[in-house]
Ligand binder design. Structure first.
Ligand code: GLY
Length: 372
């Protein structure tokens, strides 16, 4: 078991990592099941998969503690992060009589967490929520740190708020039912922490990544806890991404976002897969600038390929050129006028924000990678 505090002044909260936590939900979340406007009811938002998988266990655990669940169930996938679903969810919470002291439970992956977090940011100008992430990606990244959002026609996550959860409960056992491809996609974000800020962790992942992917309990808990500990430190220091510190968590995301946009934000390339390939490109581009060696760039790519994640842009078979990918980047929400901050590597285990990157050089670099 590990308990990691996100030490935000006045809004500190714990991230608890423990096998079997979901089966002990009412005990683990006890302080947040009290003081309800609507007595002894717990609003739980899930997708159809997490509802099917965990409904019985959660309801019987809640019943033993004298509570009952009220369910709001969405379809799996990004479409749930929409104005329409947000409106229905907010109306549902208001109809339940949820107060600012109440806590809504987000039981699912990043989609459910982002949707619930944003609804809770705006309902009555802010009510509480508890994250119970059920994918590796949500466990090591999106459930912690308070970034909440929905998607609109203009793009992904462009409407949102910083709204921190009151508690994050991570049960590694729920990953047993996660499809391997999604497990690998989440693992890309784990590798990200090693590459951006912890060379020793990166080396540990090179040696033990197969155990993490095989869901070996000790390796999995170590990987999740080390990832969360770094994220918690960063969020506590730079909650709103104003100090070039939280931005480091975007390693691989600018390249990755362009690849997701080019592939239509579809199953062709999952977010974690795009981030993985984006990190390969960031490492190679850092080597092109002479900041890391070609050998270190190859080492980063090797760890990503070893996890079964995409590590070659050419292998993706995109029918576009580098300029088209750069064009997608210009719409990135991190764009600053005509420039774009890039997350590059000073060494394996040390990322930094580069603001002197020439986008035409990026396009030329990508042309080379597309043809490699
Ligand atoms: N996923 C990046 C962040 O939370 O800042």
């Amino acid at each position: 078991m590990a308990v990691i505090e996100v030490a935000l002044a006045g809004r500190a909260y714990d991230v608890v990592i423990e096998e079997g936590l979901l089966a002990r939900f009412a005990e683990a979340a006890a302080p947040f099941l009290k003081g309800y406007g609507h007595a002894r009811k717990v609003p739980v938002v899930a997708d159809t998969n997490t509802h099917r998988l965990y409904r019985t266990a959660l309801e019987s655990n809640l019943a033993a503690a004298g509570y009952a669940a009220d369910w709001f169930v969405v379809e799996p996938g990004e479409d749930a992060k929409s104005w329409g679903v947000l409106e229905r969810l907010c109306d549902w919470l208001l109809a339940l009589g949820v107060t600012r002291k109440d806590h809504v439970i987000a039981l699912g992956g990043g989609v459910v967490g982002d949707l619930v977090g944003f609804a809770c940011a705006v309902v009555k100008r802010g009510c509480g929520f508890v994250q119970v992430p059920t994918t590796l990606l949500a466990q090591v990244d999106s459930s912690v740190g308070g970034k909440t959002a929905i998607n609109t026609k203009a793009g992904k996550n462009l409407i949102g708020a910083f709204h921190q959860p009151s508690l994050v409960l991570i049960d590694p056992l729920v990953l047993a039912t996660l499809p391997d491809r999604e497990m690998r996609a989440g693992y890309a974000e784990v590798l990200k922490y090693g590459l951006l800020g912890d060379a020793a962790f990166f080396a540990w992942l090179e040696a033990n990544g197969d155990k993490v992917l095989a869901r070996e309990p000790a390796a999995l808990e170590h990987a999740i806890a080390t990832s969360i500990a770094m994220k918690a430190r960063i969020v506590a220091e730079d909650e709103r991404e104003t100090l070039d510190l939280r931005a480091l968590l975007n390693l691989g995301h600018t390249f990755g976002h362009a690849l997701e946009a080019e592939t239509g934000f579809s199953d062709r390339l999952l977010h974690g897969e795009a981030v993985a390939l984006g990190m390969v490109l960031a490492a190679k581009y850092s080597a092109r600038r002479g900041e890391i060696s070609q050998a270190d760039a190859a080492r980063a790519a090797g760890a990503i390929a070893a996890a079964g994640l995409p590590a070659s842009l050419a292998a993706l078979g995109l029918a576009c050129d580098g300029a088209a990918l750069v064009d997608h980047m210009r719409h990135d929400k991190k764009a600053e006028g005509t420039t774009l901050p890039f997350l590059l590597l000073r060494q394996l285990g040390e990322a930094y924000v580069a603001r002197d990157v020439d986008l035409s050089d990026i396009a030329a670099f990508l042309d080379g990678e597309l043809a490699a």
